[in-house]
Ligand binder design. Structure first.
Ligand SMILES: *[C@@H]1O[C@H](CO)[C@@H](O)[C@H](O)[C@H]1NC(C)=O
Ligand SMILES: *[C@@H]1O[C@H](CO)[C@@H](O)[C@H](O)[C@H]1NC(C)=O
Ligand SMILES: *[C@@H]1O[C@H](CO)[C@@H](O)[C@H](O)[C@H]1NC(C)=O
Length: 114
């Protein structure tokens, strides 16, 4: 049991390029499911679901503005243990579409992005 009911924790994008293409071996870490974005008053929050695991998983959320030239995946939340991420600070022009992806990490192993 981790204590998750702290303030919505937004770790600002230490936008550090991912090094290489991480280990793409057969992953035993399942991907998050039902990734959805809900927006209240222009404050989009990403939610996802995850199966119960013997070890506590952490999640990394990345966003990318679609339609912006040369836009890159930006870390919105890194290694968080709750199942939501406030991406308000990472959304540029609200008329642009946004791509969001979430991956899980358990110990040193990561899932693919979902
Ligand atoms: C997650 O998505 C699946 C497939 O769309 C759906 O059947 C399931 O009810 C969803 N789970 C929840 C908790 O919404
Ligand atoms: C996230 O956690 C993993 C595993 O503990 C660690 O290797 C990685 O550096 C962490 N990333 C950040 C940005 O804290
Ligand atoms: C999300 O972040 C924005 C900007 O920091 C903030 O104004 C908003 O209240 C946050 N939303 C939630 C639900 O925490």
């Amino acid at each position: 049991m981790a204590l998750l009911f702290l303030l919505p924790l937004v770790m600002q994008g230490v936008s550090r390029a991912e090094m290489g293409t991480a280990d793409l071996g057969p992953s035993s870490v399942p991907t998050p499911t039902n990734v959805t974005i809900e927006s209240y008053n222009m404050n989009p929050i990403v939610y996802w679901e995850y199966q119960i695991m013997p070890q506590v998983p952490v999640f990394t959320v990345e966003v990318k503005n679609y339609g912006v030239k040369n836009s890159e995946w930006i870390d919105a939340c890194i290694n968080i243990s709750h199942h939501y991420c406030n991406i308000s600070d990472h959304v540029g022009d609200p008329s642009n579409s946004l791509w969001v992806r979430v991956k899980a990490r358990v110990g040193q192993k990561e899932s693919a992005f979902q």
